[in-house]
Design a protein around this ligand. Structure first.
Ligand code: AMP
Ligand code: MG
Length: 524
């Protein structure tokens, strides 16, 4: 175990690439560089609200003492750290937005473990950077709690994600207009220490392409491959062209997998702009996300997205494809011909659907047939979209359904706990469950292996927005009990734990139209 304050940090990214090292924080365009040095702005009274013991253990980081908490709050920078904000661009809601960059995230350095694993350590909410544009570089407690808990929850769900090491309240107040309707109010500020092998986004490549800094683009692609796709670097048969294609094809594959994983647990990211798409296929930048309560494919938690519902649950895999198209355009200048790049991009749909149907078969506990079982799976999702049961509770009930149920009333009454309202076409619901029971009976694998598969693919505990909303409200009043309960519950999301079954219930009615629970914005 090593402490944050005495650790010798590496700064490979900053050492490797051109940066603006002036340290000036005024908002500006930074052509020609990959990052700008940005020292965190100190906060008034940092207080450690949460620490991720397991992650710290994995990374061999000692329990934080007072000086370490100062690091987690941006109040102390040790000698080996080189704090910087990365420069990137992005397509936001389908439109080119130009330079964005880390407006409130500051990387302090890279932590290495005894096994030589390397992680970037980044503070979110640590103050102004040259990329803050009109923002204040800060984050409110509400959004920091959401990012802290949710990124860890995704990890425990087995979904690729950036991690969160700590949550610190700053003692400073931050002004936010939560719904951009002229009702600005002061809210407590907070900072999360995020951890990831890299926070590189599609947008880091897009900015270099847009600025026609092709040499830099090549450098970044080479470094990314060498660091994060080392097996490609090791393959000496590859030409430079083939290496780029092979790398892009892995990004396509990882992104498709991520979309399937989100779909599996009912996660809606909410802001799938290309600056929020990780080059490592991780879930990144937790903002107005939500799990589905009722299974509604059109659901978007983000009020900014309401007009077009571009980032709704059912659109995520298509948006990912669109975003991968932006990445392809960005790296195209590295290739003499782009046919192969296009072929790899076009393969996305098939990769996604193969993974999706395989995942759904596991979720339903059916032995997938040669044809992929798309008929049954599509019928299931259509039925769910019509009936709109609670997604999580429905699949839990399906997992433990006694196979002896035969009558329509029996089946409806068994599934009653997952309905927000009674199915209008209960006959159709019944027929489909019947077809499903027949399929289960035809499984060649054992009932036990079916149960194991379904348990492993259907979470019993999800961090619902109303729970987060309640925990945040309590925390703002100084009561951290619910927050701590959720922090524990999220660590075993697939297990049946009696004590935590207080969370195994429908979303309560009070949360239906509650701002910050069912509706969220990008204001954070
Ligand atoms: P997001 O959609 O939250 O990932 O953020 C989009 C862009 O806005 C990124 O460049 C962020 O760094 C920037 N941003 C968001 N909030 C703030 C803030 N409070 N201060 C400065 N920049 C911000
Ligand atoms: Mg972002």
């Amino acid at each position: 175990m090593e402490s944050l304050s005495t650790k010798i940090f590496k700064n490979e990214f900053a050492d490797m690439f051109e940066g603006d090292v002036s340290g000036q924080l005024n908002p500006r365009q930074t052509p020609g560089v990959f990052y700008a040095k940005a020292i965190p702005t100190p906060v008034k009274a940092p207080q450690l609200l949460a620490w991720s013991e397991e992650l710290a253990g994995e990374l061999e980081i000692a329990e934080p003492d007072e000086t370490d908490v100062d690091i987690l709050a941006g109040n102390f920078i040790s000698a080996s750290m080189f704090p910087y904000a990365a420069c990137y661009a992005g397509h936001q809601f389908g439109n080119w937005a130009g330079q964005l960059g880390d407006g409130r995230a500051i990387t302090l350095g890279e932590w290495t473990t005894s096994k030589n694993l390397v992680y970037e350590m980044q503070l979110k909410g640590a103050g102004l950077t040259p990329y803050s544009r009109r923002g204040d570089g800060r984050a409110v407690l509400r959004s920091s709690v959401r990012e802290y808990l949710m990124s860890e929850a995704m990890h425990y769900l087995g979904i690729p994600t950036t991690r969160a090491l700590s949550l610190v309240s700053t003692g400073d107040m931050v002004l936010r207009d939560m719904f951009y309707n002229g009702n600005a109010a002061y809210e407590p500020g907070a900072i999360v220490m995020r951890i990831s092998p890299s926070f590189l986004r599609f947008g880091n490549f897009e900015i270099l392409a847009a600025r026609q800094e092709h040499e830099h683009l090549q450098q970044l692609a080479d470094w990314t491959i060498k660091k994060f796709y080392p097996h490609l670097e090791a393959d000496k048969e590859f030409t430079a062209h083939q290496k780029i294609i092979a790398w892009y094809s892995e990004v396509v594959e990882k992104t498709a997998s991520l979309m399937v994983n989100w779909r599996r647990v009912g996660f809606v990211h909410g802001v799938m702009n290309t600056d929020n798409m990780s080059i490592l296929g991780l879930t990144i930048d937790y903002g107005p996300f939500s799990f589905l309560d009722a299974f509604d494919p059109d659901f978007t938690p983000n009020t900014t997205d309401l007009p077009g519902r571009r980032y709704a649950f059912d659109k995520q895999h298509t948006v990912a494809y669109w975003n991968l198209g932006c990445l392809a355009s960005a790296i195209a200048p590295l290739l003499k011909t782009t046919e192969e790049l296009v072929t790899v991009l076009e393969a996305y749909q098939e990769i996604y659907y193969d993974k999706y149907y395989a995942m759904m078969a596991n979720k339903l506990g059916i032995d997938q047939r040669e044809d992929g079982d798309s008929g049954l799976i599509d019928a299931f999702e259509q039925m769910l979209a019509t009936v709109k049961p609670d997604m999580t509770i429905f699949y839990q009930l399906l997992t433990t359904m006694p196979l002896t149920l035969v009558h329509q009333e029996e089946i409806l009454s068994y599934f009653n706990p997952c309905f927000y309202s009674q199915p209008s076409d209960s006959e159709a619901f019944f027929m489909l469950i019947n077809t499903y029971l027949e399929r289960i009976a035809a499984n060649t694998s054992s009932a036990e292996s079916r149960l194991i598969k379904m348990r492993a693919n259907n979470p019993r505990f999800i961090l619902r927005n109303y729970m987060l909303h309640e925990a945040i409200g309590n925390l703002e009043k100084g009561d951290n009990r619910l927050f701590m309960k959720l922090k524990t519950a999220m660590q075993q999301p697939y297990d049946v734990i009696d004590d935590e079954d207080e969370f195994f219930k429908l979303r309560p009615q009070w949360a239906d139209d509650q701002p910050g629970s069912s509706t969220l914005s990008c204001s954070s």
